[in-house]
Structure formats: C-alpha cells, structure tokens
Design a protein around this ligand. Structure first.
Ligand SMILES: [Zn+2]
Length: 480
C-alpha cells in the first residue's frame, strides 16, 4: 500500500512537471510572438537546424572560451538585413500640446485611416519634459491656449502637481516618447534663470518612481536654459551651459549620467545629413563621459544658416536625393524636427506627407530602416563596440556575443535589447548558432538571411517587431 502511494505520487509529480514545463514553454512562446522582434520585410530561409543540446556542450563552450578569432569567420554587416541605411526623426517637444502630439503620432506611427489620410506606420519617437516656465505670449494652438498648456510632466515649476505625467509615462512605455528634451522649457524673454538643481532632483525622483527613464537627452533653447550641457566653451555662445559644472548651482550631470542618460545632443546643429556613425565622445567638466550624437538641423545657403527643423519643412529635409545617397554610402541619419511647434494642428502639408511616404517606401523596399532615436543610437553603439568570438566545430559555426566594449560608458555585458539587429556574414546561416554570454539565443529571436547585394548570406538577432497600434485611442473596454 505504501509502495503504491509512492508510485502514485511519482506519477502525479511527473505529470505536474510536464504541465508546468509546457506552461513555461508556451508562455515563452507567447512572449516571443507578442513582444519579440520580427523581421521588417526580411526574407528568412526558415530552415532551422538547432543543435541537439539545449545547453551548450562542454566542447563548444571550451572552444568559444579559448577562441581568439573574432571577425574573420563571421564579420559584421553594417545594418540589419536587408537594409543599407538607418534613419531617425528626432522631434523636440517645444510648444506641443497633448492633442497635437497625439494627432501627429497617430499619423506617423499607425496605419489607421486618420483625419489626415492613412498613417505611414513608422517607428518615430518623440521627446518630453518636466517643467515649462517659458514667458512667451504666443498661442500654442487654434483654441488660443497659452504656453502653460504645453505638454509637460509637471505644471509650471511645481513637482508636486502632475500635469501630463500619466500621458508621458504611457507614451514612453508604448514607444512614442524616447527622449528627454532636457528637464524643461526654461526659455525666458526676461532672461531670468529659473532652473535649479532641486528641480533636477525632483525630476529624477519622478523618473525613478514612474519608470519614465529615457537614455537620450536633447538640449533645449536659449541661454536661460542653463541645464544644458555638452558643448561648454568660454569663448563662444555655449558659455552659458552649466549642467556639467560641479561648481555651479545648476549642476546635475552626476544625477543625469548615473540614472541612465547615455546619449546627449549638445545644442550643436549640423548641416551634414548623414554619418558613418552618429556618436562622438563628450568629456564633461565633472570628469564624466557621455556619448554625443549628431543631428541634421539646417542647410547653409549663401553662407547663412537656413533652419529646416521646423514644422512644415520636413519635405526639405527628407528628399529622394538624400535617401539615395544615404543608401549608397551606407550611413546613419538623425533628422531633427519640432513637430508640435506651430499653432496649426497638423505639422505636415501634402508635400511633407509625400516625403514621409517616400521614406516609408524606402523602408518597404528594404533600403532604409526607420528607427526611433534611442534604438538607432543603441544599434550604432552595439555595431561599433560589440565583442564576440566565433568558432567552427563539426561543420557548424558558433558565435558568442559577450560584451559591448564601450570606450566611453565602460564595457558591459549586453542584454538582448543591446544587440538587436546585429547581423553576421556567414557561409551557411542554417548551420550557424548565435549565443549571448554562452547561452543559445532562441531561434525565435534569430533571422537567417539569404544573399544580399554583396552575395553574402547572414544571420542576425532580430530587430524589433513593427508596432502600429494606435495608442492615442482609449483602450478597448473588455466586455463581460
Ligand atoms: Zn527645444
């Protein structure tokens, strides 16, 4: 009787274990299906032959640990297959209202039939800020709202009064916001300085509490904005920048860099449209280092700056000639804009919509991958600094990604999101396996590619899945 009880218990235990592991596998599968990356119009051979061992074998592990070969077996492709360039539109949130933000992002990010025609469904992020004390008297919109109505986390300078905090947190989590346009709009016609370190402390407390924690910082505005940093020079107009000066009452880069800002636009606009890599190192006055990044902001006409980063000017920024050159030269471009700045409800004329449709066509044809600024910069960083070893064993190739050897932010062990899109040229993608820190990357997260324009095949960590959900609409009610 006792023995029978024992074997019954063993059977129950066995069945439960199978049920639990089945649940875990299906949960993982659901995760991969819902939030895992999907190829953007990439062709996969889908001819997967995974290694028989789920765990890495000692032979492969030893070979990878002893490997000295990095690039010759599996050199990196510049961009995720099949693309030959990457572009971001990086919009500063000046004078935007929640209503304007939602209207233009519905058009940019979704494929819905909007009041301005079918959306273009591109991955375009935006910026946000905490405080607005701009003393301009302009109207933000046709309803005559004043500057205090601007989309911002707090009302005025009061960190105890939430204005649009809920919307900003929501749109950050949903991907329509990925940058901080400094802590706020401190531009003043009366030239008074309203920013203090206490405001930065309150903002970082709110960011850590809410999870709204962008990696991208974009300086804003005139010399009243002493929170700006990254281009300080006592001999030019950037001498007002005080955010990185430990002796200044406006110092904050200890908080800012420790809390996760990786990439900084330092107020220096560029007329150059594209770069091999948009990142450059910035040494701050407190001894810290961050990545600066270039944004295209203006043209130079007859020796004068012609700013094209304004509402209704997008068609002058994104042209067929520029996109064609970007692809030919295999480069990155970050196009700066102020999509919510004008009082008009919608920032695009028909000619601007044509430019966006052209950009979408370049993506659909597998030429230019459009990515929000933070994703483009993360990719540019990973592509430049990834550390990996590759070995060939018994007719198979194993590539182990184990570091981002970042010379500015310090070397780190990468996460999956740090390495999305990395693409390795290999002879036989079907017989190649990618590992992250000596653990197999699941096949749902990989994409095996046929030959590209250079006739070489490749394997990659899948890019992010396209997301065209209209987050501006209220969530559908669950009916009982
Ligand atoms: Zn601005």
């Amino acid at each position: 009787m006792k023995k029978l009880k024992g074997s019954k218990f063993a059977i129950v235990l066995f069945v439960s274990l199978i049920a639990i592991s089945g649940f875990i596998i299906s949960r993982n599968y659901e995760f991969a299906k819902k939030s895992g990356p999907q190829p953007v119009l990439a062709v996969s051979t889908q001819n997967d032959t995974p290694p028989t061992e789920e765990r890495i074998s000692d032979t492969v592990k030893q070979a990878l640990e002893n490997a000295t070969n990095t690039t010759s077996i599996a050199p990196l492709r510049k961009f995720p297959y099949p693309f030959d360039a990457m572009l971001a539109i990086s919009s500063d949130i000046d004078y935007a209202t929640v209503e304007k933000f939602e209207t233009y992002h519905q058009f940019l990010n979704t494929l819905e039939q909007t009041t301005h025609g079918p959306g273009v469904g591109l991955d375009i992020g935006d910026s946000a800020w905490f405080y607005v004390v701009n003393d301009s008297l302009i109207n933000l919109d046709k309803e005559g709202h004043k500057v205090a109505y601007s989309m911002s986390y707090f009302q005025g300078l009061n960190p105890n009064f939430h204005k649009d905090a809920d919307k900003i947190i929501k749109y950050y989590k949903e991907g329509w916001i990925d940058s901080l346009h400094s802590f706020g709009d401190f531009s003043r016609n009366d030239r008074s300085i309203q920013f203090t370190r206490d405001l930065a402390v309150a903002a970082w407390k709110a960011m850590n509490d809410s999870g709204f924690k962008p990696k991208v910082w974009i300086n804003h505005g005139s010399e009243s904005n002493v929170q700006n940093f990254g281009a300080y020079n006592p001999k030019n107009l950037f001498k007002y920048q005080a955010g990185d000066d430990p002796k200044s009452p406006y110092y904050h880069t200890d908080l800012t860099t420790d809390n996760g800002i990786r990439y900084v636009w330092n107020s220096i606009g560029m007329s150059q449209f594209s770069y091999d890599n948009p990142l450059f190192p910035i040494k701050l006055r407190d001894g810290r280092q961050v990545w600066g990044f270039h944004r295209y902001t203006h043209d130079v006409v007859n020796g004068k700056y012609d700013w094209t980063w304004e509402t209704h000017e997008l068609h002058r920024q994104i042209t067929k000639e520029r996109l064609e050159q970007l692809v030919q030269e295999r480069k990155f471009s970050i196009v700066a804009q102020h999509l919510g700045k004008e009082s008009a409800e919608f920032p695009f004329n028909p000619i601007d919509i044509q430019a966006l449709q052209l950009l979408k066509a370049y993506q659909d044809q597998g030429k230019v991958l459009v990515a929000r600024t933070s994703r483009l910069l993360d990719y540019a960083r990973a592509q430049k600094f990834v550390g990996y070893f590759s070995v060939q064993l018994e007719g198979k190739t194993f590539i182990n990604i184990n570091s981002i050897k970042d010379s500015v932010l310090a070397s780190t062990t990468p996460t999956m999101d740090d390495i999305r899109g990395l693409t390795f040229y290999v002879d036989d993608p079907d017989k190649t396996f990618l590992l992250l820190n000596l653990t197999y990357i699941p096949k749902e997260q990989l994409q095996r590619n046929g030959p590209d324009g250079s006739s070489k095949k490749s394997i990659e960590v899948k890019w992010y899945m396209p997301d065209n959900v209209d987050y501006s609409k209220p969530p559908k009610k669950v009916t009982q």
